[in-house]
Ligand binder design. Structure first.
Ligand SMILES: Nc1ncnc2c1ncn2[C@@H]1O[C@H](COP(=O)(O)OP(=O)(O)OP(=O)(O)O)[C@@H](O)[C@H]1O
Ligand SMILES: [Mg+2]
Length: 245
């Protein structure tokens, strides 16, 4: 009993003396220093003649989980796809207005979309692992960027899988095909693949809607952890019941 009390006291002292380790962590623990990641001004979007987004005006802050909610068809996925310019893959879609990411207008033709793709990761509603091993799924982005060093790739794989709260479940199955994992594990694998590119922002379009309640809870808890290091923008049906998001 006495030992338990001592442990508790020691824990409290550690909490009191614990200092943020990096400037980023220090900033994220202090709301006054939060920076704007995305600034959207007068954004309009048309699919042909259909006016899908009307005069969007929104600031998204760093190290927050920003939830986008609204009825079906109101333009949530459309908006999130403008943030990484995936929208330009849709034929007939055109925009007006401004979206700046870290101070630069990403809708400007001069902005290099490749730069954005290395900073902004995306997790889709339906988990989309590649037909490769668990390991190769995670290091895919690194390989595309020309990283070949095995030690670096191993480090990235473990760090990203730990970050996605999946390491303990797959550490002995790294060379197995990712299709053999469960649906909830697939989605965390896709989150790990996204973390491996070391993004600044993670966009998520209803990432838990295809998952069972247990997997949903795991992914939601994971997001609370991730927001310490990343800015998360999520389309979700659950925000109304989650004031902590
Ligand atoms: N590729 C497209 N071509 C034409 N219209 C589209 C396209 N994608 C979306 N739309 C239209 O734009 C509007 C917004 O669609 P969007 O998919 O952004 O809605 P959402 O809020 O994500 O809906 P949901 O909750 O059902 O996913 C809808 O009226 C939709 O029909
Ligand atoms: Mg949608």
């Amino acid at each position: 009993m006495a030992e338990t009390t001592a442990v508790k006291r020691r824990g409290k002292e550690e909490q009191r003396t614990k200092r943020p380790e990096t400037i980023k962590q220090a900033r994220s623990s202090d709301q006054r220093h939060k920076n704007v990641v995305y600034r959207t001004r007068d954004l309009n979007l048309w699919y042909g003649n259909h006016h899908a987004l009307k005069n969007i005006h929104l600031d998204i802050m760093e190290n927050d989980v920003t939830a986008i909610i609204g009825p079906s068809g109101c333009g949530k996925s459309t908006y999130i796809k403008t943030l990484n310019r995936m929208i330009e893959l849709v034929q007939g879609a055109r925009t007006s207005g401004e979206i700046s990411y870290r101070g630069k207008d990403i809708l400007d033709d001069a902005y290099r979309v490749e730069e954005l793709r290395t900073k902004v990761g995306m997790v889709f509603q339906k988990p989309n692992p590649f037909p490769k091993s668990v390991y190769e799924n995670v290091v895919y982005g690194a390989r595309v960027h020309g990283i070949r060093d095995k030690k670096t790739l191993n480090y990235m794989a473990e760090k990203s899988l730990r970050g996605a709260a999946l390491w303990d479940e797959v550490k002995d199955r790294l060379n197995e095909n990712a299709y053999g994992l469960s649906g909830g594990q697939h989605q965390r694998l896709c989150i790990a693949r996204c973390l491996a590119i070391e993004p600044d922002v993670i966009l998520m379009d209803e990432p838990t809607s295809a998952l069972d309640p247990v997997s949903t809870l795991k992914v939601e808890e994971l997001m609370q952890n991730l927001k310490k290091d990343y800015s998360i923008i999520i389309v979700t049906q659950h925000a109304a019941g989650r004031p902590d998001l």
